[in-house]
Design a protein around this ligand. Structure first.
Ligand code: XIL
Length: 364
């Protein structure tokens, strides 16, 4: 987190509350945005954004500015966009997000430096044992170095664990693993740390949320063992990111399993970030109000559980308004109704999900 962002978090916390008598605050905590409410729990709240939407939709850009203390480029720091050819870097979209954030004193979280998806065809075709380490170092050095002082934290490695790949260590068989072995993870963190020693470095993954899903419980165990090894070896990793892509059609089973997992991760000396929170409502039945309540309950239960961790530092939703959610393309509803996975609706009005988040941030 940059100094500017810290200042902004404090301001957000104070701006929502300063000068208001206690009874007014109690009656109307909704005067404050989510960032102001989250700040009271020591949490920075932000959202993933696409630069095109910020540029063409000033109401949406204003909403981001009101509700968030940080932004995450949703796609523009991925290899397929940054690296159309081996020799050319296209920083246009990422630069636009960073400039937007700078003008408003928002922090920027970088997503992501190493992932098995969203890679250009030339990378998979050309990656060998001989060139992989140099390619990884060059990419991370160039990208993290460019934004040093502007991007305060990074998802260095995204989604590295896949139990279905049946390796004893739980690591995913990916292009980086095939060329460098498990060392690609420490190497990536070390390269990021060299390029910006002040940046907070995160390893992020999905499928860690539900206590009643055996493969997720197993995945927590694999990840905990890996994190313990890396910490013991002195790898510069500062936080675990839990993506938080929740599923509205299943019971919100975020209980002691999740809480104990977060406690154990915290005991390794790691912070917790929620990196991509949203609620998939593809299979949620019923009318719109009912569906919105189910989605809201899911947000509330999940946030209450993760807020039991004293190490929770960041909550980022994967978008802010249903006007712009990748869920619409990735998980459209079979009945053709628009999806409603985020805290604000298409008209940029607060939904039940917003109030549930506000609630979760308020209750101790
Ligand atoms: C998604 C974006 O939201 C989409 O716009 C894009 O088409 C595909 O990627 N896990 C991740 C994110 O780490 O990068 C993904 O984002 C969603 C799943």
């Amino acid at each position: 987190m940059t100094a500017g962002a810290t200042r902004r978090s404090l301001l957000a916390g104070v701006a929502g509350l300063a000068g208001l008598p206690a009874q007014v605050m109690a009656r109307d905590s909704t005067a404050a945005g989510l960032a102001a409410l989250a700040a009271r729990r020591g949490v920075d709240y932000g959202a993933a954004v696409e630069p095109e939407n910020l540029a063409r939709d000033s109401s949406f850009a204003d909403l981001i500015n009101r509700e968030c203390v940080s932004v995450t480029p949703e796609n523009h720091l991925k290899w397929n966009i940054l690296r159309p050819t081996p020799d050319h870097f296209d920083f246009g979209g990422a630069d636009a997000v960073v400039a937007f954030a700078k003008a408003r004193q928002l922090a920027v979280h970088g997503h992501c430096l190493v992932w098995h998806e969203a890679n250009p065809a030339w990378l998979a075709a050309g990656l060998t044992r001989q060139n992989a380490e140099a390619l990884l170092n060059h990419h991370i050095g160039k990208v993290v170095g460019r934004y040093a002082g502007h991007v305060g934290s990074w998802d260095v490695v995204n989604e590295p664990v896949e139990r279905n790949d049946r390796r004893p260590d739980g690591l995913r068989r990916s292009l980086w693993l095939s060329s460098l072995g498990p060392d690609y993870i420490p190497l990536a963190f070390e390269a990021a740390h060299r390029a910006d020693p002040a940046a907070r470095l995160v390893l992020s993954d999905y499928g860690l949320e539900y206590d009643d899903e055996p493969w997720m419980v197993e995945k927590r165990g694999s990840l905990l063992a890996l994190l313990a090894d890396w910490k013991r070896a002195g790898v510069p990793i500062h936080a675990l990111g839990i993506q938080g892509h929740l599923i509205g059609s299943r019971p919100p089973a975020f209980g002691t399993g999740l809480q104990n997992f977060l406690r154990d991760v915290g005991r390794l000396g790691l912070d917790i970030h929620v990196t991509e929170l949203d609620v998939n409502d593809q299979q949620v039945a019923g009318g719109q109000d009912h569906r919105d309540r189910i989605v809201a309950d899911c947000y509330r239960a999940f946030l209450r559980a993760v807020l039991t961790s004293s190490r929770l530092r960041v909550v980022t939703t994967w978008g802010l308004s249903d006007r712009y959610s990748s869920k619409q393309d990735m998980f459209p509803r079979p009945d053709g109704a628009p999806v409603r996975p985020l805290p604000f609706d298409r008209e940029l009005s607060r939904k039940a999900a917003w109030h549930a988040m506000a609630d979760a941030f308020s209750v101790r």
